[in-house]
Design a protein around this ligand. Structure first.
Ligand code: HEC
Length: 379
């Protein structure tokens, strides 16, 4: 009697036909814990062994669905809860925009987690030993023979019977395979310190070598003379001036060309009286005003200034610009609103030059007139 623990009985066959026949017979006899080893994949082997489709597909399905749900929730949280931002007038929760990301995350989590599950759960990584490793049997079946191995933990296993059965199939080299003593006592631990150390070493070496290659071996100094030249950048100190500031204030009492300051901050009434539209309602000026109005004002005020915003309720609708109030305002008063904003309407001073603002006002006047055409306008 052998002291060692039996893993399986193996037999060798010479041709693909023989091994398929043998596999069919072994499966037919009711053995379930057995395996076939061939140097290359054999057509018809799945049927002969009566293998059912692998269950790994279910795991993949679960991982894929979890990935999809996780992506959806993340996007929902970011776009509709945590950081709401109107993008192109779309709703915060805009499913079509999420589809590509959800698709990517689904595929990624399904495939990556499936591979990890196979490696760590089914193949029991980091363990890489197996009773069949380094046996004469493995040597043969990995070069030019075909082998079958019936395991001792099969419910129908009986040593004498299996030996007789294999020889009745005309198997050659019928050999018992034993566990290594350390394999018998092996317990599967994924997070072995040795294994983790190995992973860390691989990560360290690959990133270190990549860093060294890209940043030292292959590094070429870029032409960055203009970047590196001596110059004062915004907010920097400078020893040239007595006050130590790099950025300079305009000289007192001067106005830079084209930079006429707006003198009526918080003084709408003074703006209304003192500011006058110097632009003539020429074709060019009206068409400039129309272009700028349509770009900067129409999203909220509507193309005809009736307050019919296109933002679908995401920004409060402004009042109509055809009201008696606005009609009676001077151009200067409207100029004040465009320049300073009014309550929730923001200032458009950075988007529109003063001249463009006056042109927009000409265009608003034309819109107002269009709803109140006089008979003389028809002539
Ligand atoms: C982001 C949306 C938005 C844009 C763009 C916008 N407005 Fe307004 N505007 C408003 C809202 C809202 C009000 C009403 C503010 C309030 O509650 O007083 C308003 C008020 C006004 C008023 C005063 C109306 C009144 O009855 O008090 C004028 C005049 C005006 N806008 C002109 C313009 C012009 C000209 C432009 C383009 C340069 C423009 N707005 C662009 C939202 C906008």
């Amino acid at each position: 009697m052998d002291e060692r623990k039996l893993y399986s009985y193996t037999g060798i066959f010479d041709t693909p036909d023989e091994i398929i026949h043998a596999a069919d017979a072994v499966a037919g006899k009711g053995y379930v814990k057995y395996d076939v080893h061939t140097p290359y994949p054999l057509h018809g082997m799945d049927n002969a062994m009566r293998l059912k489709p692998s269950k790994i597909g279910y795991a993949t399905l679960v991982f894929g669905l979890s990935g999809a749900v996780a992506a959806l929730l993340t996007l929902f949280w970011m776009a509709a809860v945590d950081y709401k931002l109107v993008i192109g007038g779309k709703p915060f929760f805009s499913f079509p925009a999420y589809v590509p990301i959800i698709f990517e995350v689904t595929v990624l989590s399904a495939s990556v987690i499936t591979v990890l599950t196979m490696l760590f759960i089914f193949f029991k990584l980091p363990n890489n030993s197996h009773p069949l490793n380094s046996t004469g049997y493995m040597k043969k079946v990995s070069s030019d023979k075909y082998g079958i191995s019936i395991q001792a933990d099969d419910p129908n296993f009986n040593e004498e019977e299996v030996k007789l059965f294999l020889s009745s199939l005309h198997a050659k080299d019928i050999t018992p395979i034993y566990y290594d003593p350390e394999e018998v006592n092996y317990k599967h631990v994924i997070l072995q310190p040795k294994f983790l150390g190995f992973l860390a070493l691989v990560a360290f070496l690959t990133s270190g070598i990549t860093y060294f290659t890209l940043n030292k071996l292959m590094y070429m100094v870029p032409f960055n003379w203009m970047d590196e030249q001596a110059k004062v950048i915004p907010q920097q100190k400078s020893a040239v001036f007595a006050d130590g500031f790099g950025m300079r204030q305009p000289v007192n009492g001067t106005v830079a060309r084209g930079q006429m300051p707006f003198l009526y901050n918080d003084k709408p009434e003074e703006a209304a009286v003192n500011l006058v539209n110097l632009l003539l309602p020429s074709k060019e000026n009206l068409s400039l005003g129309e272009t700028k109005y349509n770009i900067y004002c129409s999203p909220c005020h509507g193309y005809h200034a009736e307050g019919d915003s296109r933002l679908r309720g995401q920004f409060p609708n402004p009042p109509s610009l055809h009201s008696e109030k606005v009609k009676n305002w001077t151009d200067g008063r409207i100029f004040y609103v465009i320049t300073e904003g009014q309550n929730i309407m923001p200032s458009y001073a950075t988007q529109l030059t003063p001249e463009e603002r006056w042109a927009v006002i000409l265009y608003i006047r034309a819109l107002q007139r269009s709803l109140n055409a006089k008979e003389s306008d028809l002539k």
